[in-house]
Structures are given as structure tokens and as C-alpha cells.
Design a protein around this ligand. Structure first.
Ligand code: PA5
Length: 459
């Protein structure tokens, strides 16, 4: 095993540690072996789009890097206009792989532009961002697979209006690029009309599975992240998880443990990195898991209303917020810790106040020692209280380990979807709310929704 490989430690999920009621036995895992093999076969046969990305994007990566090289000197700011699967992966990559103060300190970013992910359509946040930027030195990447998402298109229309007013209509093509589906949606039409540069999202890759397409790769490359290494990491995990043998496939094993936990009433799946750099990957996971696995009907159309609830927590911060509940509250949680063995930097705690025993024990240790010790202490305390927990261990936080992690979690999601006999790739539940919004805002063909809204009972 190379020492750049992420590892899964699931000892604290097992019945020998937690007892029969709250732990999982080897037999329970073995019992899912046949189902796992069938799920493996279905996944391999259907070959969902995300599985091709580690190989299929290799060429695109060259195009992206060339585009970045040719344009780097033109921009001081790079802004992603997108939401959900068109934003969360970008944010997670930036937090994990660049210096936390990348935007604030030019030394940390060198020749690369500052990067912004407004994500939401909060007016205060978006207006303030536009007021902060020198638009003549800003490139906006409008990301929408469907090309019609209200939040993204509104952000685009506003930013476009300001660029046109300040720099002229001719400047649109120099300040916006479109990342969208090649042949469908309004964004591609707009991009063509305006002459904007374009990157494409493969049709068979859903939003929340798309971070390894131009959706995540363009902003990462602009921010100096090595996207070839990222894909190489994903490729390494693809090779490692090509086996149907659950004992040798970390994606399948983690999926099986999550499913067994869910069936034992641990319906809340907490992802808790003990590394600030991974906190936004917990957010990315929240979307991946919730939208993929929270479903009303199974593949045969039976009503099932299933889905674990993914929750994001952050160590050590949330030891002072959530840990009390995790330790003593209902037995309804499985905690997946993310641990980084070697941080990019470390810093020693000075030895001071030698006469004060509540303080002097800290001196001489480092912050890495402190945060990793706190993780191990929380892990032990949870285990002693029969609370399911497991750890995904990153030897280091770098492009290669992050690429592995992304692929592992995406495959795990697809695998659990198969085991649950649901479609992990659609999100019908979010459509109704969108349709009411369209109706209320006056979009053509949604008049019935506008009427339903107007006629709704008074609160
Ligand atoms: O995972 C998904 O499909 C969604 O979360 C989408 O990414 C999100 O709704 C944004 O969609 P689009 O890229 O079409 O604007």
C-alpha cells in the first residue's frame, strides 16, 4: 500500500467493540456479500458517467490548463456562479487544497487570481461581492448543467448587466465563460450568442457527481491546484475499488457499514473532519448523500421513503457544540471521522507558566498533536459509550488523496443506492418547490403553480 493512500478504519463499528445491540457483526457484513456482488455488477454494467471521469477528463484537463495559462495574466478575480452540485465541489477543493488565506495574501496565491463562490442568492452577499471586484480584472464561470437554474441565471444576469454597463457589450465574452451541457439548456444558447468560451459537462454525469468535470476543474486550475494529480488520485481509487470483494473495497465496505448502521436505527450519518481543510468536503458529502439516497419510491415504484440524514460536524470545534449530543443523546448516529495524519504545516505550543498545571501540560506539544489527540480521545469516548464511529485516514491532504476520496464517496453513494434499490441519480423531490418559484415569478407554462400558490390557505 503506497503511503499516499487513504485508509478506512472501521474497528469501532463492530460488535466486539460496541456490543451486539449497537455494533455490526462480521456475519451481518458477510450476509450482504451476494447483494454487494449483484450491486457491483449492476454498477459496472450501467457504468454511470462519474466512473469514466478519471480517464475521460484527461484530455479536457489539458484544454483547461491551456486555457488557464493563456488567461492567467488577464484576471485578478475568478468567480464561480453556480449552486448545489455546480458549486459545492469547487468550494471543497479550494478549502482542502489551497492556503486558508489564499484570497487575503498574495504570497499564498502567486500569479493566480482570488477565487469567489457566492453560491447563494443572498442579495447582501452578492451585491457586496460585485462592489468589491474590479470587473475589468474579473472572470465569471457560469456553471449550470441544465442551463436554467434560477439562482445561477439570476447571478449571471446581474453580473452581465454590470459588466456590460461598465465595460461595454463587447466585453461579455472576455469576462464570462460557460460550463454547461453541450446541446441542451439556455446557457449554451446564451454562450453561443455572446461568443463566450465554453466547457462541457458530460450528459451522463449528474450535478453532485460532477466535481471531476470542468465544473470543479476549471476553478481549481485557475487557483493553482494540480488537476492532473487530482484525477490521478481518482484513477488510483477507481483501480482499487474495481473489485466486488467487499473486504478489499473501501467504498463498498464503507457503504455496507453505513447501510447496516441505518438499518440498526443509526439514521443520521455525521461526517466529522478533524482538519479544517476538509470541512467543505463534509458539506459536499451532505449533498451527495442526501440528494442521492433520500427517496420516496424504489426502482419498482413502491413507496419507501428512505434515506439516511447526512450531517456535517467539525472537530475540534464541534466538540464544544455537538459532542455532548453524540455521546449521550439517542443511539441514532454513525460518525465518520476524517483524519489527516500529517498536516501541511505545524506549529509548536510554547512552554510557559510552568507553575500552572492546567496550562503547562500543553507546552512542547504541537497543534497537530493536539487536534489528532482530540480526535483519538473523542473516538475512544464514543466507542466506550457504544456509539458507532469509523475513520477515513488521509496520510496527507493533497490532490492525490482528495481525488481518491471524491471517487470513493461517489462510488459508495452509487453502491448504497443499488443496495437500497433506489435511483441515486435523480432528485424529483426538489422539482415541486422550483416549479412554484417559477410560477410565482411569472415563468411561462407555470401559471397553474402560480394559481395554486395564490389560492393556498391563509396561514
Ligand atoms: O446534483 C444535482 O443535480 C443538483 O444539486 C444540481 O447540481 C443543482 O440543482 C444545480 O443544477 P444546474 O447545474 O443544472 O444549475
Amino acid at each position: 500500500m503506497s503511503n499516499n493512500e487513504i485508509k478506512l478504519d472501521y474497528n469501532n463499528m463492530m460488535a466486539d467493540k460496541l456490543g451486539k445491540e449497537h455494533g455490526i457483526s462480521f456475519k451481518e457484513i458477510e450476509n450482504l456479500k451476494l447483494a454487494a456482488e449483484a450491486a457491483h455488477e449492476k454498477i459496472t454494467d450501467s457504468n454511470p458517467g462519474f466512473m469514466e471521469l478519471p480517464d475521460s477528463q484527461a484530455e479536457i484537463v489539458k484544454e483547461i490548463n491551456e486555457f488557464v495559462d493563456n488567461n492567467l495574466d488577464k484576471y485578478d478575480n475568478f468567480v464561480v456562479l453556480g449552486i448545489g452540485g455546480s458549486a459545492l465541489g469547487n468550494i471543497a477543493l479550494q478549502t482542502a487544497l489551497n492556503n486558508p488565506y489564499y484570497n487575503l495574501n498574495a504570497d499564498y496565491r502567486g500569479e493566480h487570481p482570488r477565487v469567489f463562490f457566492p453560491d447563494n442568492v443572498d442579495p447582501d452577499r452578492f451585491k457586496s461581492l460585485l462592489e468589491t471586484l474590479d470587473l475589468s480584472r474579473t472572470l465569471f464561470n457560469v456553471i449550470s448543467k441544465s442551463g436554467s437554474t434560477a439562482e445561477t441565471m439570476s447571478q449571471f444576469l446581474i453580473a452581465r448587466g454590470q459588466v456590460a454597463a461598465e465595460l461595454g457589450e463587447d466585453a461579455i465574452k472576455d469576462h464570462f465563460l460557460a460550463t454547461t451541457s453541450k446541446d441542451s439548456g439556455f446557457l449554451i444558447e446564451i454562450a453561443e450568442r455572446e461568443g463566450m468560451p465554453k466547457f462541457y459537462i458530460p450528459d451522463n454525469v449528474g450535478g453532485r457527481f460532477s466535481v471531476l468535470t470542468p465544473v470543479g476543474l476549471v476553478s481549481a486550475a485557475f487557483a493553482g491546484i494540480d488537476i492532473e494529480k487530482l484525477l490521478a488520485g481518482a484513477r488510483a481509487m477507481k483501480e482499487r475499488t474495481a473489485t466486488a470483494d467487499i473486504w478489499n473495497n473501501p467504498a463498498y465496505m464503507h457503504g455496507i457499514l453505513q447501510l447496516l448502521a441505518y438499518k440498526k436505527g443509526k439514521t443520521i450519518s455525521v461526517m466529522m473532519p478533524y482538519n479544517h481543510g476538509l470541512k467543505d468536503f463534509a458539506d459536499w458529502y451532505r449533498q451527495l448523500w442526501a440528494e442521492s439516497l433520500g427517496k420516496e419510491v424504489d426502482r419498482e415504484g413502491n413507496t419507501v421513503n428512505v434515506g439516511p440524514t447526512p450531517v456535517k460536524a467539525l472537530g475540534a470545534t464541534d466538540q464544544h457544540s455537538q459532542a455532548q449530543l453524540y455521546m449521550e443523546g439517542p443511539f441514532d448516529k454513525l460518525i465518520t471521522f476524517l483524519e489527516v495524519e500529517n498536516h501541511k504545516q505545524d506549529i509548536e505550543i510554547p512552554e510557559e507558566y510552568q507553575d500552572l498545571d492546567g496550562v503547562n501540560y500543553l507546552g512542547g506539544h504541537s497543534l497537530e498533536k493536539l487536534i489528532n489527540t482530540e480526535k483519538q480521545a473523542t473516538e475512544l469516548a464514543l466507542t466506550k459509550r457504544n456509539r458507532m464511529n469509523n475513520t477515513i485516514i488521509f496520510p496527507e491532504l493533497n490532490e492525490h488523496t482528495v481525488g481518491q476520496f471524491i471517487y470513493m464517496l461517489e462510488l459508495e453513494t452509487a453502491f448504497v443506492g443499488e443496495l437500497m434499490n433506489i435511483n441515486a441519480y435523480n432528485q424529483p423531490g426538489v422539482e415541486l418547490g422550483k416549479h412554484y418559484t417559477y410560477g410565482i415569478l411569472g415563468r411561462e407554462n407555470y401559471e397553474d403553480k402560480a394559481k395554486e400558490f395564490a389560492d393556498r390557505p391563509e396561514p
